[in-house]
Design a protein around this ligand. Sequence first.
Ligand code: AHM
Ligand code: MG
Length: 338
Amino acid sequence: MSDIRTLGEFIVEKQSDFPHASGELSSLLGSIKLAAKIVNREINKAGLVDITGSVGGQNVQGEDQQKLDVYANDKFKAALEARDQVCGVASEEEDEAVAFNKELNRNAKYVVLMDPLDGSSNIDVNVSVGTIFSIYRRVSPVGTPPTEEDFLQPGHQQVAAGYIIYGSSTMLVYTTGNGVHGFTYDPSLGVFCLSHENMRIPKDGRIYSINEGNYIRFPLGVKKYIKFCQENVPEDDRPYTSRYIGSLVADFHRNLLKGGLYLYPSTATHPSGKLRLLYECNPMAFLIEQAGGLASDGQNRIMDLKPTELHQRVPFFVGSTNMVRKVESFLEMYPDQE
Ligand code: AHM
Ligand code: MG
């Protein structure tokens, strides 16, 4: 028992990493931890109760909303509002940013951006899904409602980011800019236990993760890169292995542990790709850089992009440093669509 370090204990221990730590960020992470447990409980029951399937509506981007998407959104929002450390949230499931109106919330200094249930189309088939979160210090004055500028900050301004993977076991992985730490949920104790301290992604990898069904619509550089991955060059450990779950958190998590590259490029039909800059790409970019990897839109560092809208999409290449550099070099070498 004495070896177990819980997420709560670890966060308190690490508070001293912040020169003027007031405990507010720790308390905020505590809210996320609580909502994660509630959502985890519900996801584990998904096959048992009539909770899966589309709720009937569509979100702002015209995608089907699943019941658990809505459930997760509500639980994370409620948990974040309850502890008074957050003045507003933006979510994949909300058209606009949501300001919390209580006076204590208006006095809070953080905003949270989240994808409450990423990969939710996978729930019905018992495949891992996840929650992704990103935390910023507000730039508008404390005491007022949050403004658009609070939510449209570049990724390098994040103070913390992380994800929860609801998988064969449930894990919470986060960074506050001092490395990446992973905690595995022990359902019998009801606590997240430190299992992966200071996670590092290998500089080289041999897993590539992409929806190859879209091949015909990819930029030429991506097509050439895929062929490069498939070439028979034993001295370079090629051909690589292709692994694609279709659940960003799960694909990212595997590649973080083993080394690899996740790609969601622009396509002929979706010139900006599919993934959302603010609550999918930026948090993953912060995590991967903290773990020693890279995240790029094909040319630029993801965390340097200046967001212009809440649900903005961006091509996304994330993973082992040498693999990201390689795909960037192919995009530079073959700039045109075929
Ligand atoms: P979602 O937020 O609507 O669930 O979409 C994001 C998901 C990612 O988890 C996953 O990597 C990607 O979409 C899969 O897209 P595709 O089905 O086009 O391969
Ligand atoms: Mg998503």
